[in-house]
Design a protein around this ligand. Structure first.
Ligand code: NAD
Length: 351
């Protein structure tokens, strides 16, 4: 049996990933380590909370002692590092926690994993690792910066992050790479485009617009709304990570994207149309400072070398996603009111 440590597994992508893995690999044990910040929500995982292959531990990835305890208690084969501060707007208001969690947290995990995975843990120069171990860093296309009207991100491009969020993720990518180059740590880095799907925190574009539409509140659109993002359904992202975990070549970086370039205003208008509301709800607001104009992912490497391809078309994925939010208004209400935090207080296991 493989034991996989997922960090940030109570967040949007992490919770989708944990559920997919338990379903797809019933012989794997999944340990979910999450600090339960404002973005972590155990309600996302309530259908699997009693699965005997699943353990939740409330812990902060910056807490070295706690990470040591976890690695000493379980024979961990892989770390999938989803834990992060993930919202660009928040990184502009309060950059510091982005650096401590996204950079230092990643370095703590690398260090502890290195110590426990080395064949001779006490030998600081030993570069030999146990069989079948891997550190997989879940990163983002935002590390590449912004594109002009043409071109796509490829894995060999220099990193040119423009927001404190993307700069912290780029820094984490660099430190992961450095542990591979310096200490021979077995690693992969994935860089995915914008995700959408169920359980996304309602501060992000798609759930925010759906929620505001339903409540007939203003739909705030930055600048002229012509910023272009490449959208991928969260389940396609999770499937890609699973493939990189099992088939990714040691030390390699893989872009993940679905060739679905859309302007923000197109998405907003699509949601308005689908929900039968009026475009009068749109309110253009002052653009975000340093707002990247366009992202587009070249996914040739992962599609040709690892055989991944997305299952969802954008049209199908967005339709199902809007339906999910319509059928799960309680989930959003609990978040907005903070009720889930109170409900789950103390309802997690510890090591
Ligand atoms: P999210 O904000 O929904 O979830 C982040 C999770 O990390 C939360 O559960 C939170 O409690 C946890 N966390 C935060 N700080 C922590 C800490 N110090 N210790 C332990 N846990 C902590 O984010 P998401 O959208 O699910 O993104 C997950 C990962 O994927 C991030 O690394 C993000 O950079 C990356 N990513 C996201 C997207 C996207 O479109 N959402 C695209 C590409 C890559």
């Amino acid at each position: 049996m493989k034991t996989i440590l997922v960090t940030g597994g109570a967040g949007f992508i992490g919770s989708n990933f944990v559920k997919m893995m338990l379903n797809k690999h019933p012989d794997y044990k999944i340990i979910n380590v999450d600090a339960l910040t404002y973005a972590g929500n155990l309600e996302n995982l309530k259908d699997i909370s009693h699965n005997s292959n699943y353990t939740f531990i409330k812990a902060d990835i910056r807490d070295r002692q706690k990470m040591e305890e976890i690695f000493s208690s379980y024979d961990i084969n892989a770390v999938l590092n989803f834990a992060a501060e993930s919202h660009v707007d928040r990184s502009i208001e309060e950059p510091e926690v982005f650096l401590t969690t996204n950079v230092i947290g990643t370095q703590v995990l690398l260090d502890v994993a290195k110590k426990h995975w080395k064949v001779s843990p006490e030998d600081k120069y030993c570069k030999e690792y146990k069989q079948e171990v891997k550190f997989l860093q879940v990163s983002t296309d935002e590390v590449y910066g912004a594109l002009g009207e043409t071109g796509m991100f490829v894995e060999t491009m220099p990193l040119m992050p423009n927001s404190p969020y993307s700069a912290s993720k780029a820094s984490a990518d660099m430190i992961v790479r450095a542990y591979h180059e310096t200490f021979d740590m077995p690693v992969n880095i994935t860089r995915c485009s914008n995700n959408y799907g169920p359980y996304q925190f309602p501060e992000k574009l798609i759930p925010l617009m759906i929620n505001n539409c339903l409540k007939k509140k203003d739909l705030p659109v930055y600048g002229d709304g012509m910023q272009i993002r490449d959208w991928l359904h969260v389940s396609d992202h999770c499937a890609a990570i699973d493939i990189v975990l099992h088939k990714g070549k040691n030390g390699e970086i893989y872009n993940i994207g679905g060739n679905n370039e859309k302007t923000n205003i197109e998405i907003v208008k699509l949601i308005i149309r689908t929900l039968g509301k009026s475009e009068d709800l749109i309110k253009y607001v002052k653009d975000r400072p340093g707002h990247d104009r366009r992202y587009a992912i070249d996914n040739t490497k992962i599609t040709t070398q690892l055989g991944w391809k997305p299952n969802y078309t954008f049209e199908q994925g967005i339709k199902e996603t809007i339906e999910w939010y319509l059928n799960n208004t309680d989930w959003i209400e609990n978040i907005v009111s903070g009720d889930y935090v109170k409900y789950y207080e103390g309802m997690y296991s510890d090591i």
